[in-house]
Design a protein around this ligand. Sequence first.
Ligand code: FES
Length: 196
Amino acid sequence: MSNGVDKNRRHFLTVATSVVGGIGVAAMAVPFFASMRPSAKARLAGAPVEVDVSKLEDGERVTLSWRGRPVQVVRRGEEAIARLSEIRDRLRDPDSERSDQPEYATNEYRSLKPEFLVMVAVCTHLGCSPQFIPDPGDAAMGSDWPGGYFCACHGSRFDLAGRVYRNVPAPTNMDIPPHRYPDDNTLIVGEDAEVA
Ligand code: FES
C-alpha cells in the first residue's frame, strides 16, 4: 500500500494491445496477462505486439506475451527513476555490460524512455517468474528496498530496471526485448527502434 492506493490491485489494469505487421489489428482487453486469442500463432511466431501506454500511471504495469514470453511494461515515476542511480553499488551489472538488451537500452534505465521499463519478466537463474514489488521500503523486503522484483524460487532480487543484485543466484539482468514508440501513446514490443 502507498498513499492509500493498492498498487498491486492496479496491476490488473486493462489495456489495449494488438498484434501488428501484416495480420491486421486485433484489439483486446488484457487483465494482467495479455490474451493469446485470436492471434496466438502469430504471437508465438514473433509478431510484434502493440500496447497503448497512455493509461499507465506511475507504479503500474501491464503484462503481455511476446514470442511466448511474458513481457512487462512498467511506468516509473520521477522518484523511481532517481533511485536507479542510487543503488549502483548493490548491483552485479549496473551498466548491463553482460546482460541482454538492445544497444539503445544499454543505459541506466535499460529502456528507450526512462519512464517505461519494457522487460522479459523471467528470472535469469532458472526461469521462475519474479514478483513485482514496486513500493520502496516494502514491509516484506526491508526498509532499504528501493522497489523492484523478487524471485521467490531462490531469492534473487532485481531493481526497477531489471538489474540483478549482488550475491544472489541470478547471474545477469533480466532481458530487454526490442521495442520502439511510433508515437507518444504507443509502444511496439518486438521491433527495434531506429537510433540515429
Ligand atoms: S529461478 Fe529465480 S532465483 Fe532461482
